[in-house]
Design a protein around this ligand. Structure first.
Ligand code: WTA
Length: 647
């Protein structure tokens, strides 16, 4: 075995929930008898009507149907809030750390209950009913958690749109989900800079049905336009409601939320998660993966606009009665010691972030880390993209002082919770490997061409899952056929992740990245097709092809090949205008890194753009262009190489 391994220390094994032998035993049990394993695991929640059926799932592409705990009823909000009041009402549920390092707020479970109940009553008063969708377009403020839990309390389905998305992206998601209410703030504030959320909502709503309302909470007190026919101010509405709101009884399979995410083609997909299985899985993974123990302070730096924020800031931790930190700011404001100052200030025990942040902070040097007392840290997590061994080692040594297990957690919006991950105290880690499956998870490596499952331990191929787990997404909102098509059709009988992977001789999984046209920019999923359609919507552009390329900080950068309309000439101004255009159409996370003007794109004779070639050119890897003989016009490639990145 060439890969260095980091066995769990005796210290961590002595306090962790489980050790290696226990992991093996529990994993084997979860696979041998999923009914019994999850039947027991589901008891971690409070059910109104206990389930009698546990698992009823089919990956057969003629009939993809996934149900867990299907005859049980519960309320997700009651499980995250009400049931803790008796035992931990005065314990802090949420520590809110503002963008301003001098402001933090501790919200107890009692206060959370009060705030969520009032929020739920405001939603009710605005006419929101069980099963209806509510779009949340909010900064990382406590109201975001209140709004999520308030929806869950009354059985409304929330759909969070990351506050970094543009008005157009927001409008698409409001229309796609059929929401009649958008909850927003006047402005968001990050790194000292304000983003005009309410203004974006105004722009978005001009593209939506006239009966969509807007509820606005105050964050900055900045100036906003209010439309009295349509807009409501939370501070005023809340004066009119009581703080009592009974949680609504929901079926385990009733949707809890929709979250739009990028796919390889066309428009973002509204991934649907339901109630009982999702919460069981989010809570259980949160407990075991982070080894969350009573009294710990846990911090996930994600935004609630992404699935990580749903499962591992709000639902998983709160279902476990944890203290969870919610951070409004960015890692480098006021300076690059911010993460570590916050860890010291709140005595954080588990810290969970993304490789892109680790790489950026690594580049700025160890002094920022060493300025803070990090002795409270016990477990360090990573999520969102493969973590390169150099960043892993830095995280381990400089941040963790060699004492904190690193949990490199592989999962996706569609999976609801972590699938492949080390467990502290149980798993020896290797830098860059997500290691072993969580309980009940059956990873398989498939031959990408034949679709056959590869039996030998050491292999490489595409990653799929052989059977269901309770946190899995059930469908795509309004388009079950697309759900089946995307995940269950190419490789029949499996859930296909869209990722490539390698399995080593120890049975450890190494995720190698997406094998479809999804790219991962700073841990954010981006469909190249979305960037392309934004580009071609510009009047100067006739055609565009977008690929990812290796980027030191972001993991992948966005490289755009752009063919202009006849009569348009390449220029620096046009290049800047196109970058700005894409930012405006989708949001800052989609900002192109390179715009290469291309007189022609490499196409097959049937007109299909050969992205494989474009990827190789962007990667500066011309030796590996492969067969170009099927191209309609092979000379196009020479031109692209000659003008690589500088036209
Ligand atoms: C990638 C984020 C390697 C992967 C939770 C996946 C990872 C996509 C890891 C999902 C990891 C996530 N190692 N790659 N630990 N975690 N990915 O839906 O390509 O935003 O398919 O969910 O991120 O991104 P999503």
């Amino acid at each position: 075995m060439l890969d260095a391994t980091h066995p769990p220390s005796a210290e961590i094994t002595s306090i962790a929930h489980i050790d290696e032998a226990k992991y093996e035993e529990m994993y084997a049990a979860s696979i041998a008898d999923p009914e019994a394993f999850w039947g027991e695991a589901g008891k971690r929640l409070d059910w109104i009507k206990p389930y009698t059926k546990v698992k009823n799932t089919s990956f057969d592409h003629h009939n993809v149907d996934i149900k867990w705990f299907e005859d049980g009823t519960l309320n997700v909000c009651a499980n995250c809030v009400d049931r803790h009041l008796e035992t931990r009402g005065t314990q802090t549920a949420i520590i809110w750390e503002s963008d301003d390092p001098n402001i933090a707020q501790h919200i107890t479970y009692n206060e959370l209950h009060d705030q969520v109940s009032k929020f739920a009553n405001v939603l009710h008063a605005l006419g929101v009913k069980k099963g209806e969708r509510v779009v949340l377009y909010l900064p990382m403020i406590p109201a975001a958690a209140y709004a999520m839990l308030a929806c869950a309390r009354i059985g409304a389905i929330h759909s969070i749109v990351f506050a970094g998305f543009s008005a157009d992206a927001l409008a698409d998601r409001i229309n796609g989900s059929g929401a009649k209410l958008v909850v927003t703030a006047d402005e968001a504030i990050r790194g000292g800079r304000a983003t005009p959320l309410k203004k974006n909502v105004d722009e978005a709503l001009s593209k939506c049905d006239a009966d969509v309302k807007c509820l606005m909470v105050h964050r900055t007190g900045g100036d906003v336009a209010m439309n009295p026919e349509r807009d409501y101010i939370y501070a005023e509405e809340v004066e009119r409601v009581s703080s009592h709101c009974a949680p609504v009884e929901m079926n385990a399979e009733d949707p809890l939320f929709i979250l739009y995410t990028s796919g390889s083609t066309g428009k973002p997909k509204g991934v649907v998660h339901t109630s009982g299985g999702y919460l069981t899985y989010a809570a259980m993974t949160h407990q075991y993966v982070f080894d969350y123990q009573e009294g710990d302070v846990y911090w996930c730096t994600a935004d609630v606009g992404w699935v990580t924020g749903h499962s591992y800031i709000v639902y998983g931790p709160l279902a476990n009665g944890a203290t969870t930190v919610m951070f409004e700011g960015v890692p480098n404001y006021p300076d690059a010691s911010r993460f570590w100052q916050v860890c010291e200030k709140h005595k954080v025990n588990q810290f969970y972030t993304a490789p892109t942040a680790i790489r950026m902070l690594m580049g700025l040097g160890a002094d920022f880390v060493e300025s803070a007392d990090l002795s409270s840290l016990r477990v360090l997590g990573s999520v969102g993209e493969p973590i390169n061994p150099e960043a892993w080692n830095w995280y381990n040594e400089v941040v963790g002082k060699g004492n904190c297990p690193i949990v490199d957690t592989f999962w996706q919006t569609e999976t609801g919770g972590i699938l492949i991950t080390p467990l502290p105290g149980a798993t020896a880690t290797k830098p860059g490997s997500a290691t072993r499956p969580f309980f009940g998870v059956q990873p398989v490596v498939l031959d990408p061409h034949s679709g056959d499952e590869i039996a030998q331990t050491e292999c490489e191929g595409v990653l799929a899952m052989g059977d269901s787990w309770p946190g899995q997404s059930r469908t795509i909102w309004g388009d079950h056929a697309r759900f089946v098509d995307t995940y269950f059709t190419q490789y029949k009988g499996y859930f296909f992740t869209g990722d490539g992977c390698r399995r080593d001789s120890d049975g450890y999984y190494w995720i190698t990245g997406r094998v479809d046209d999804v790219i991962n920019v700073s841990g954010h999923r981006m469909g190249t097709a979305e960037v392309e359609s934004a580009l071609v919507a510009h009047k100067a552009v006739s055609e565009a092809a977008v690929v990812g390329f290796p980027h030191d900080l972001k993991g992948q950068g966005i490289w755009c090949y752009v063919t202009l309309m006849t009569g348009e000439a390449p220029s620096e101004e046009l290049r800047a205008a196109l970058v700005k255009w894409v930012r405006h159409e989708i949001g800052p996370i989609a900002k192109p890194d390179v715009i290469q003007f291309a007189p022609g794109l490499p196409k097959t004779r049937s007109g299909k753009i050969m992205r494989r070639i474009l990827r190789k050119i962007a990667e500066d890897d011309y030796g590996a262009l492969g067969d170009t003989s099927t191209l309609a016009d092979p000379s196009v490639v020479d031109d692209l190489i000659a003008n690589r990145g500088n036209t």
